[in-house]
Design a protein around this ligand. Structure first.
Ligand SMILES: [Zn+2]
Length: 255
């Protein structure tokens, strides 16, 4: 697949994403045109809040069932309160349902094979996995449009095992959880983490490679296309390594 233009849809509630920087990053690496757009949901009409609220997931152990949202849930979307998410109060959305909705918001004349649309969102995208019969958080929903979820980047790759162990043991003993979080701070991404800026570049690359080659991910930790299941691996591949493996570097050069 040949891309001639990338449309980037901003998520202003996550100021760590510097959309201009990402646009320059793509232009420089791929030599293609980039158009910066407002948040994708601002292209919708009055019904958009209700439609988004209807893709909420309430039972992570069951496949998607259409939700009939309450007024309160609709108002939550009108006020775009996902930006006050914390690990404790997170809301899950079905990633493919969300993708269908935003796909309808993109003007028909801009929906061509040569235009790749990448939307950033602060909402946690999830997909149901029939291998273990449950929903999982996702940082990237590939294809066109692609969705990159900043909350997914923070919540989907797991934190260190010891972190969860200590959290559970502190919880059962009624101790303060903040001290555990402080102890492991820096070893995983937090909300409004400065490092998000660089990390999202990696997900943009994965979205683009997936669209161009049909394969988004690389098995090698020494590659920005690595699909990290652990925060440790994500930080390593994107920040310490920060480049492609030899195989993907060659693919990039031959595009
Ligand atoms: Zn690679």
């Amino acid at each position: 697949m040949k891309i001639s233009q990338v449309f980037l849809y901003d998520e202003p509630s996550v100021p760590e994403i510097d959309i201009k920087h990402i646009s320059d990053f793509i232009k420089e690496l791929f030599g293609i045109d980039v158009k910066i757009q407002k948040n994708i949901l601002s292209f919708g009409d009055d019904t958009i809040a209700e439609r988004i609220a209807s893709c909420r997931v309430f039972n992570p152990r069951r496949p998607f069932q259409r939700h009939y949202p309450t007024q309160e849930e609709i108002q939550f979307e009108v006020r775009n309160e996902s930006d006050s998410a914390t690990t404790e109060n997170i809301i899950m959305y079905d990633g493919f349902e969300f993708q269908n909705i935003i796909s309808e918001l993109i003007p028909k004349e801009e929906q061509t094979f040569e235009n790749l649309h990448i939307a950033f969102t602060n909402k946690l995208m999830c997909t149901y996995d029939y291998n273990d019969y449950r929903y999982h958080g996702r940082a990237l929903i590939g294809s066109n449009p692609s969705i990159i979820s900043t909350t997914g980047i923070i919540e989907a790759p797991a934190k260190p095992r010891e972190y969860y162990m200590e959290l559970i043991s502190n919880m059962t003993q009624g101790l303060n959880l903040e001290s555990v979080k402080r102890k492991y701070s820096g070893r995983y991404l937090e909300y409004h983490d400065k490092r998000l800026d660089k990390i999202v570049e990696g997900y943009v690359l994965q979205a683009m490679f997936y669209y161009i080659t049909g394969e988004a991910f690389c098995d090698s930790l020494e590659c920005r296309l690595h699909n990290a299941h652990w925060q440790k691996d994500l930080l390593y591949s994107q920040l310490e390594v920060g480049r492609f493996c030899d195989k993907h570097q060659r693919i990039l050069e031959n595009l």
